[in-house]
Design a protein around this ligand. Sequence first.
Ligand SMILES: Cc1cc2nc3c(=O)[nH]c(=O)nc-3n(C[C@H](O)[C@H](O)[C@H](O)COP(=O)(O)OP(=O)(O)OC[C@H]3O[C@@H](n4cnc5c(N)ncnc54)[C@H](O)[C@@H]3O)c2cc1C
Ligand code: FES
Ligand code: FES
Length: 490
Amino acid sequence: MVAARITVNGKETPLSPAAPHTTVLDLLRERGLTGTKEGCAEGECGACSVLVARPGVNKPTDWVAVNACLVPAAALDGQEIITSEGLATVGEPGTRPTLHPVQEEMAVRGGSQCGYCTPGFICSMASEYYRPDRCAHTEPDGNGDSGDAEHGPNGFDLHSLSGNLCRCTGYRPIRDAAFAVGEPAEDDPLAQRREQEPPAPVATEYTQDGATFLRKDTLAETLQLLRERPDAVVVAGSTDYGVEVNIRSRRAGCVVAIDRLPELRELRVESDHIEIGAAVTLTEIERRLDGDVPLLAELFPQFASRLIRNSGTLGGNLGTGSPIGDSPPVLLALEASLVLADADGERVVPLAEYFTGYRQSVRRPDELIRAVRIPLPLSPVTAFHKIAKRRFDDISSVAIGFALDIEGGIVRKARIGLGGVAATPIRALATEAALEGKPWSAETVEAAARVLRGEGTPMSDHRASSIYRSAMLGQSLLKLHAQTTEAVSS
Ligand SMILES: Cc1cc2nc3c(=O)[nH]c(=O)nc-3n(C[C@H](O)[C@H](O)[C@H](O)COP(=O)(O)OP(=O)(O)OC[C@H]3O[C@@H](n4cnc5c(N)ncnc54)[C@H](O)[C@@H]3O)c2cc1C
Ligand code: FES
Ligand code: FES
C-alpha cells in the first residue's frame, strides 16, 4: 500500500507524521499553507474552505468546496485539493502572482478588509465559478437587471457562500465580486481538469501513535471489518464527527471511512421507489434529483450551508440518531425505509421503527445504513417548515415535514414527521388521524392544529422553550393550510 498522501496545489504532500485525527486544515497549516484559516473549527464560518476534486454531477470532476476543519486529512488520501494559494498563478521569482479571476474581483471590488475570511470566501466562490451548470441569466427583469435576489446575472448562486462569515467587510462588496465573475477561460487549468475523472478512492491504512484510519475498497470488506472491530467509528462526510474531534476532543482508536464506497453512492429511481445511497452527499442528491422529490428540494436549502451539504450525507444525519436532525421529519413524512447492511446481508426497516431512544436506534454497531428508500408515488401536497434562530446554517428548534393526499377537498392520507419535540424524531400520529377523512378546511385544520400542539414532549433549552416549540407545531399546520388552500380547492 502506498504511503498516505494528498495532492495539494499539484504537489504530493505525505500525511506522516500527522496523527490520524489531524484535520485537513491542521495539515495544511502545519505544512506552511497558512492561507487556509481557522475561525471556529466547527463548520460555522468557512474560513477554512478548500476545493476538492470530486465526482461531478454534469462533468467528470467538480471542484467542491468543503470545510477543511472538519475533514480528517487521512480521508483525502490519494485525492487532490486546491487551496487559496493554489488559485493564483505564480510567475518568475520577484514578480507578482497573477490573481485568479475570483481573487481579482474580490480585490478590485473591496471584498476584503482584515482578510481573515477572504481565502475561505475565495475557495467557496471558486467552486461556484467552476460549477458546470452555472449559466448567465440573459433576460433582464423589470428593472433592467438580470438575475434575482439570490443569483447574479452570471448565474452565481449566493447560497454557495452561505457557509462563509465575514465580520468586517460587509457582504455587499463580496456579493458584487461574486456577481461580477465571468466564465472560466478555455485554457484555465482547473476548468480543464473538470473534463478528466477525479482521483479514484484508494484503500487506506494509516496508523500513527496507536490510532488507525482505514478505508476499504468494498462494502463487504468494510462490513467484515466492522464485525471484527466493534470499537471502530464510522465516518462519512465528517460534518458531525469533525465537530466531535475538534470541540469535544474525541480520539477514536480506529476510524473507518465509508464516504466513497460505491455501494453507498448509488441514486436510483425505480418504478415504485427512489433509493438514495447513504453516502451520496446532500449537494449531489439535490442536484441529481433536481426537484423530483419536492419535499427534499424544500429541505436542502434549509439544511446547513452549501459547504456542509457538500460533505454531509443522509447516512450521517440518520447515523447520529439526533432528535433534531432535519432529514428525519421529511423522511418520516415520505414514509421512507432504511436499508441496513451487515456482513451477512441486508434488512429493510421503516424509518418510523428505526429510532428507539435518545440517539439510539435498532441499528447494531456492525451494521451500516446502506441506503434510504422513498416509496412512489409521492403525495402531492408537501412542505418542510424549519424553525431556527438563523435562516440558514442553523440547527432546528422544531422541524416539521408534511405529506398529504387531498382529493376532492378531502384529506385521504396525512403523514407528518416531527423533529425537536421528543427524544427521537416522531410521526404526529394523532394529528394524522385528526386530518384523515376530513375536509381540508379551516375548521378541520384548526382542530388538528390543537392536536398537533400536544404531540411529543418538547423540552425547554437554549434554543427554545417547550411552550414555543408546541406553539410552532400548531402554527406550522395553519401555515400549510394557508399556503395550499388555493392550490387544492381548484
Ligand atoms: C455548521 C453545521 C451546521 C449543521 N447544520 C445542520 C442542519 O441544518 N440540519 C441538520 O440536520 N444537521 C446539521 N448539521 C449536522 C450534520 O451536518 C448532518 O448531521 C450531516 O447529515 C451528517 O452527515 P455526515 O456524512 O457528515 O456524518 P458524519 O459526521 O460522517 O457521521 C455522523 C455519524 O453518523 C454515523 N454514520 C455516518 N454514515 C453512516 C451510515 N451510512 N450508516 C451508519 N452510520 C453512519 C457516523 O458513525 C457518525 O456517528 C450541521 C453540522 C454543522 C457542523
Ligand atoms: S474554521 Fe470555521 S468553518 Fe472551519
Ligand atoms: S474581511 Fe475581515 S472578517 Fe472578512
